[in-house]
Design a protein around this ligand. Structure first.
Ligand SMILES: [Zn+2]
Length: 77
């Protein structure tokens, strides 16, 4: 049976919180650097579309709106 006492739950929560903060970098003490104004004068960003190969036919298609090929078993139909 479960033997989760309240004390074990508190320890578990503390461990989870510790891992959570450690995974976020743990740089809370460091002051935040202000974001550099990169937008000004920069070239307009081109939204790059990820190209993924069709697992059946191998044709590279855009992941956002894949185009179906002529194969009947193409997953993008
Ligand atoms: Zn295909």
């Amino acid at each position: 049976m479960f033997e989760l006492s309240f004390g074990k739950l508190v320890i578990l929560a503390a461990v989870v919180a510790l891992v959570w903060f450690a995974s976020r970098g743990g740089s809370r003490s460091a002051p935040r650097q202000p974001e550099a104004p990169r937008q000004r004068g920069a070239a307009p960003r081109v939204e790059a579309e990820d190209m993924i190969p069709c697992p059946v036919c191998g044709t590279y298609v855009t992941s956002k709106r894949p185009a179906a090929c002529d194969r009947a078993d193409c997953p993008y139909r």
